[in-house]
Design a protein around this ligand. Structure first.
Ligand code: 5GP
Length: 197
């Protein structure tokens, strides 16, 4: 069946496993374009400038906001994060579906600009599992873990406003669910009346 390119927005608390899930899904769907966001947070081990994020200093970020370069941006966990219009436009021009992995504030802002965007929320099986994952990752200090947990509680409360939700308990099962959801929105419009973006 022909695929209609869609704009997908994936959110979920830090530690829900969005990144791992998306890379799994993209193994079978390399055509799905993942945009590279800009951020003012410092690179972590494993981060590559221009690949995981465009790492900007605060004044550069603010200048780009003023020039209207962002489709959306938000303060998340004490740093600025934003989606550059150029990243999305490039994918749309290619006629491919686009995936934005952004926080809940960003997701609702994108929905205002693209009402047909498909918002998918990735949930951890429980807050206890989320906390264990965040600590196990070993990339954040205690204050940052506490902040991410507090934000997670607020984010999960907004999950019901999303078009679809995937609980990431078993990684393989969640990967299959997310891939099937994406496929269904591209081929049949999912369970909504949304059109193409
Ligand atoms: P991290 O610092 O762990 O890479 O990301 C922290 C949070 O920032 C995640 O919830 C992620 O979804 C969000 N985020 C990443 N890029 C963007 C973006 O471009 N816009 C918004 N609004 N949030 C983003």
């Amino acid at each position: 069946m022909a695929r209609i390119p869609r704009l997908f927005v994936i959110s979920g608390p830090s530690g829900a496993g969005k990144g791992t899930l998306l890379s799994r899904v993209r193994e079978s769907r390399p055509d799905l374009g993942l945009t590279v966001s800009a951020t003012t947070r410092s690179p972590r081990p494993g981060d590559v400038d221009g690949v995981t994020y465009h790492f900007l200093d605060d004044s550069d970020f603010v200048a780009r906001v003023e020039r209207g370069e962002f489709l959306e941006w938000a303060d998340v966990h004490g740093h600025k994060y934003g989606t550059l219009r150029s990243e999305v436009d490039r994918r749309i021009a290619d006629g491919k579906s686009v995936i934005l992995e952004i926080d809940v504030q960003g997701a609702f802002n994108v929905r205002k600009v693209y009402p047909d965007a498909v918002l998918i929320f990735i949930e951890p099986p429980s807050m206890e599992v989320l906390e264990a994952r965040l600590r196990g990752r070993g990339t954040e200090d205690e204050a940052s873990i506490e902040l991410r947990l507090a934000n997670a509680r607020q984010e999960v409360a907004l999950a019901e406003k999303y078009d679809a939700r995937v609980v990431n308990d078993d990684l393989s099962q969640a990967t299959d669910e997310l891939a099937a959801l994406i496929d269904s929105y591209e081929t049949t419009g999912g369970n909504s009346n949304h059109g193409s973006y």
